[in-house]
Ligand binder design. Structure first.
Ligand code: SF4
Length: 392
């Protein structure tokens, strides 16, 4: 069934404070802006806009998030206004009021390689429907919608609302990462997902209006199922607990061309990498595992050489595919160490702890950015790093 969720949902006493492009967060290294990229799909011109903004307004790099979004760090105070104008001109900010709710994940490579259908039209239609409905501006910034073309990669990521293709003509509505039992045709599926999103807000209001996620509501999935016309006892299918697919390297597309699925070390796209990516493809796709896919290549080998030259990783055996880290010093004042510098040094000299197992380095016990699944925690303490046994 779905990925693990807390058995006792947290009680929220405040609204979520997720940053956006306009509503920035103050960090130790300056303002932080998060730009939503529905489906992780970015045109080359949008990538250039983001890259120029990172260089001219921020610290020069783009951070990739686990929701396929991007962050700009080190923004000077007051830069959010100029950033917002640049993003709006590039089509990256279609709604000032809904921007933090546009957390939409799509199957990686959907419509290009594998999958039962193309999930990209769902993403575009859901995003348009979300932005067109004033009531949906009230969605918490933690809200997540997943659109899985049947390969089982993003359905596993616990979206509040999601669509999962079961066949070419039948789609499951998923709620809090599990099948609701409700079915739709691919053509009707987005309307059902939007109805479920509205029902989440209605149910949330009835239960006090404070929950950040559907799973935090009492019987949230069952009550939303009933609100959109389903039966709580309907037959269900299992949703993968972990993403079934995580391509790294060259992937043959259905049309004979090649896609390159690259890992960005520690989830950062640098000023040197961004123009290379924008030159190679008309559109790239950011992944929930903090990588980038460069699709539609006639000559995958030449493009691969360019990506590797600027530091992107295409080798599935690379330690960079198994290591993540929080912001650490000097970006976060709570950190006890410069975790990114330390983990980079450990990778370079081949000294990762836990025999190089999948691991997350953090500057304090909060462990921000920790990925799902079994991960070894490497946590900074006053006396050095503590390596914890792997936990899910
Ligand atoms: S885990 Fe701690 S040190 Fe790292 S970013 Fe989060 S709060 Fe900061």
């Amino acid at each position: 069934m779905s990925s693990a969720r807390p058995s006792t949902p947290p009680v929220r006493d405040r609204a979520d404070a997720c940053p956006g492009a306009l509503q920035t967060h103050s960090a130790a290294d300056g303002e932080l802006a998060r730009v939503r990229v529905p489906g992780g799909l970015l045109r080359a011109d949008q990538l250039r806009t983001l890259g120029a903004a990172a260089v001219e307004l921020g610290d020069g790099a783009l951070e990739l998030t686990s929701r396929g979004n991007v962050q700009l760090r080190g923004l000077r105070p007051g830069a959010a206004g100029e950033l917002g104008e640049r993003l709006a001109a590039a089509g990256l900010l279609p709604s000032d009021t809904h921007e933090t709710a546009r957390n939409l994940l799509s199957s990686v490579l959907s419509g290009r390689a594998g999958g039962l259908l193309d999930a990209r039209p769902w993403v575009r239609a859901f995003d348009a429907g979300l932005c067109a409905d004033p009531s949906l501006a009230a969605l918490p910034g933690r809200f997540l919608a997943t659109f899985d073309d049947g390969r089982g990669d993003v359905a596993a990521l616990g979206g509040d609302v999601g669509l999962l293709a079961l066949s070419r003509d039948m789609v499951s509505l998923t709620l809090a990462g599990a099948d609701s039992g409700l079915r739709a045709t691919p053509e009707d599926a987005v309307a059902l997902a939007l109805a479920a999103t509205r029902a989440f807000l209605t149910e949330r209001a009835e239960q006090g209006g404070r929950a950040w996620r559907l799973a935090e509501l009492t019987d949230g999935p069952a009550r939303v199922t009933v609100r959109v016309g389903g039966a709580p006892g309907a037959a269900r299918v299992d949703v993968p607990a972990e993403p079934r697919v995580r391509a790294i390297g060259a992937v043959p597309q259905d049309d004979g061309r090649t896609a390159l699925a690259a890992v960005a070390p520690l989830g950062r796209l640098t000023a040197a990498q961004l123009p290379v990516l924008a030159d190679l493809a008309a559109e790239v796709q950011l992944t929930p595992w903090r990588g980038v896919v460069v699709p539609d290549l006639a000559d995958g080998s030449a493009a691969a050489a360019l990506l590797v030259e600027v530091g992107l990783v295409l080798d599935p055996g690379s330690p960079w595919t198994r290591v993540t880290a929080c912001a650490g010093l000097p970006r976060c004042a709570k950190s006890l160490a410069d975790v990114r510098a330390d983990v980079t040094a450990a990778v370079v000299v081949g000294a990762l702890p836990a025999d190089g197992a999948r691991q997350h380095w953090a500057g304090c016990e909060r462990r921000c950015g920790r990925p799902g699944g079994a991960v070894v925690d490497v946590v900074a303490t006053a006396s050095g790093y503590r390596v914890d046994a792997p936990t899910a």
